[in-house]
Design a protein around this ligand. Structure first.
Ligand code: PNS
Length: 165
């Protein structure tokens, strides 16, 4: 049987329970899943790539078949280099769809061998986004329902002006 590699790309700034839900479900479907931190040209990142990788490592160490990586180029090139057949993305709401659909078509054009698979976000994470976590955390709100405990203190200290960057 063919072994299928999937990629879960994102800016993960920071990783949330919404991302972890999608990564877990992808891990149960494919032989190998590469979680890759990439640059979103439309967003300014709060955390460095190393910080984001470190938070991902801590948060998903219990999920099988996972590799963690970063790449500063096109997703279509990354999937070619790693021979990944599938790009897994989470869809939260209709508002995500137009942008994700455009990216999926572009990635398909750039690499015919890769399919984009959309997983519907689990209902409890429909509203959750990294931006919302950062907004709440920077204004003194409680983000424990949104991010793993093991990265909570680091996120809060960075959002409140401590640590690197
Ligand atoms: O978590 P995000 O910010 O929604 O992830 C978007 C991301 C990083 C996956 C997307 O911006 C991306 O693929 N960036 C890599 C550069 C690229 O290939 N851009 C063109 C996509 S059509």
């Amino acid at each position: 049987m063919k072994s299928i590699t999937a990629v879960c790309p994102g800016s993960f700034d920071p990783i949330t329970f919404g991302h972890i839900d999608i990564i877990k479900r992808a891990s149960s479907m494919f032989d190998k899943v590469i979680v890759v931190v990439m640059k979103n040209a439309d967003k300014v990142s709060t955390f460095t790539v190393e910080e984001r990788l470190d938070m991902i490592r801590k948060s998903i160490s219990d999920i099988p078949n996972i590799e963690i990586d970063s790449y500063n180029g096109l997703l279509a090139d990354y999937t070619k280099i790693h021979n990944a057949r599938v790009i897994v993305k989470g869809l939260r709401a209709v508002s995500d769809f137009e942008y994700e659909f455009q990216m999926a078509l572009t990635n398909k054009k750039l690499n015919q061998n890769t399919e984009t698979l959309f997983l519907t976000t689990s209902a409890e994470y429909m509203y959750l986004s990294s931006s919302m976590v950062k907004l709440i955390g920077s204004m003194g709100g409680d983000i424990r329902d949104f991010v793993p405990e093991c990265i909570h203190d680091f996120i809060i200290s960075r959002l409140n002006g401590k640590g690197s960057k």
